[in-house]
Every structure is written in structure tokens, then in C-alpha cells.
Design a protein around this ligand. Structure first.
Ligand code: GRG
Length: 301
């Protein structure tokens, strides 16, 4: 029998989780008055710019579904947001995506300068792993498992950095549907997967349950990216807080450019369904995780 809980409103849950993650980040990140001030102001400029906090919310939701206490999830959830923000700061640099708008405001290198943006990303990455390594609410074995899994989602050949390298190399070349899935599995999916798995690791669940969560999150990651590609052609800069239409201008392979709007929508729906089938097999309270998949499917920002 699955444990049953009171139904929770997703919007309230996400808002509550985001507020707690922000309070945790506030505590963990150097003050803007710490020297060198410009570095710490740049970190805060990007970190507190109004991101949706989806990755930390996923850590919290999965962790709570498997019985972890909210308090035990917060530092790791905040660390995942630091890592995500580092990736966005570096992705926006002229050497990469060269963007001047992110989270509804000037990108870090536009507001400050390129060197500061590179250093802000570097510092956020180190701070994230220090946060987990020093979390007094987790036993040392759990900290080590989290660090290994999250670092693996970033620096290994299957991780986010490799995905970014493939994506940059793919701009000029022809990519097929398999190549596209590989890029996004690494670039976007790996960190989303690590965020979900961090929750179930902190809850101390069995290895088989971690694997089920990883499978659910793999569908979620692809769903997130297909939706992102759809929003790039259908949403406004105001809604997105970043420049829409960039993929098309850069002649990037996306789910929309490769398959067209209708098939891309059908592929997103298939990933949503598949995430639901994985949840059907899981022995935990899945209501919130189902709502998160639905949110990833229907989001407009
Ligand atoms: C630079 C090493 C390195 C990696 C960059 C994640 C990434 C890899 C680049 C971002 C490019 C991009 C726009 C990818 C699409 C999916 C994505 C990660 C969107 C941004 O995530 P949201 O929508 O953003 O969760 P907020 O601002 O709400 O946190």
C-alpha cells in the first residue's frame, strides 16, 4: 500500500519551497559587503533574479515523498540552485550563447563584466559542493553520495558540461533526433536528474527506489527541454525573462526545428505520460511528483 497524504496545491508548494530555498541561499552565499564586493554582488545579481527554483523544488518534493524531513533537504536543494545558476551565467557569456537577458534582467557579464561573470560561476560551483560537504544535518556517507552523484551530473562525459560542449559544436552541424536527445539528456537532463535523485538519497531510500526516481527524472528532463524549445518559438521575452527566438536565429537543432510544432507537442505529451507510468510503479506518495510533471508539461515561463 502506498502511503496517502492530504492533496497539496502545487503552486503553493512550489512557492513555499522557493521561499525556503531563498532563505537558505541568503544564509549560505557571501554578503554583498564581503570583499571583493563586485564578485559577491554579481553572484547575488544572478542568484536572486527570480528564477523558478524548479530543481531545488524537485529535490524537496522527491525527498518529502520518500519521507525525508524538509530541513534535511534544504542545503542540498540550495546547492543545486547554485549549480544551475552557475550554468546559466556561463551559458550566457559571449563565448557561449552570448545573451544579454536572463531571468528578466541583464545577464551577469552585461551588468558587471565577463571576468566577473566567469568568476561568479566558478565560485557558485565550489560553494555548492562545500555546502553539501559541510551540511551538519546529513551523515558523512550521505554527503559523499550526494557529492559523487551531483558532480557526476556536471563533469563526466554524461554530464551537463559535456552536453553544453556537444550543443555548442552542434550549432553548425546537422543533428538528428538521436543526437538531439543525447545533447539534452546531458545538458539539461543530468542536473534535473541529480536534483530528483538527491531527494531520494537524503531520504535514505533503497537503491531500486533511487533508480526509479532517476527514470522518472529522465522523462522530466526531456519534457522540460522539449517544452523549453516550444516556448522559444511561442512565448514572449516578458514571459520568459530571456530572449525568445534565439534557437531559430542561431540555426540550432531543436525539437521544433527537427520535428515541427505539432510533433514536438506530441513528444512532450509522450514524455509526460511516460513519467506518469514510472510513478505508477513507485511505492511512495506520488501526487505531488505527478503535479510537477504536469507543471513541466504545461508551464508558460
Ligand atoms: C555553461 C557548463 C555550462 C552549462 C550550461 C543549462 C545550460 C548548460 C544552459 C542553459 C541553456 C538553456 C536555456 C537550456 C534550456 C533549459 C534550461 C536549463 C532553461 C533554464 O532553466 P529554468 O527555466 O530557468 O529553470 P530559471 O531562470 O527559472 O531557473
Amino acid at each position: 500500500m502506498k502511503p496517502s497524504f492530504e492533496p497539496v496545491n502545487l503552486a503553493d508548494y512550489l512557492a513555499g519551497a522557493a521561499a525556503e530555498v531563498d532563505r537558505t541561499l541568503e544564509r549560505l552565499v557571501p554578503s554583498p559587503t564581503d570583499a571583493p564586493q563586485v564578485l559577491h554582488q554579481a553572484i547575488r545579481w544572478s542568484l536572486f533574479a527570480g528564477g523558478k527554483r524548479l530543481r531545488p523544488a524537485l529535490t524537496i518534493a522527491v525527498g518529502e515523498a520518500f519521507g525525508a524531513a524538509r530541513e534535511s533537504l534544504l542545503a542540498t536543494a540550495a546547492a543545486l540552485e547554485m549549480l544551475h545558476t552557475y550554468s546559466l551565467i556561463h551559458d550566457d557569456l559571449p563565448a557561449m550563447d552570448d545573451d544579454d537577458l536572463r531571468r528578466g534582467r541583464a545577464t551577469c557579464h552585461i551588468q558587471f563584466d565577463e571576468a566577473t561573470a566567469i568568476l561568479a560561476g566558478d565560485a557558485l560551483q565550489s560553494l555548492a559542493f562545500q555546502t553539501i560537504a559541510q551540511d551538519p544535518l546529513l551523515d558523512v556517507d550521505t554527503r559523499l553520495r550526494l557529492i559523487a552523484r551531483i558532480a557526476g551530473a556536471i563533469g563526466t562525459p554524461d554530464g551537463m558540461v559535456a552536453g553544453q560542449a556537444l550543443d555548442l559544436a552542434a550549432e553548425a552541424a546537422l543533428v538528428d533526433s538521436v543526437g538531439l536527445a543525447v545533447i539534452h539528456h546531458k545538458k539539461t537532463g543530468a542536473l534535473i536528474n541529480a536534483a530528483a535523485c538527491a531527494g531520494v538519497v537524503i531520504a535514505g531510500a533503497a537503491r531500486s527506489e533511487v533508480e526509479q526516481v532517476a527514470e522518472y527524472a529522465a522523462h522530466l528532463g526531456l519534457l522540460f527541454q522539449i517544452t523549453d524549445d516550444l516556448l522559444d518559438v511561442t512565448a514572449s521575452a516578458d514571459d520568459l525573462g530571456k530572449t525568445p527566438g534565439k534557437d531559430e536565429r542561431a540555426q540550432k537543432a531543436t525539437y521544433v526545428s527537427l520535428f515541427g510544432l505539432e510533433r514536438a507537442r506530441a513528444m512532450a505529451a509522450a514524455e509526460y505520460e511516460a513519467a506518469g507510468h514510472v510513478l505508477d510503479q513507485m511505492n511512495c506518495e506520488t501526487g505531488l511528483l505527478r503535479s510537477i510533471a504536469e507543471h513541466f508539461h504545461t508551464r508558460r515561463t
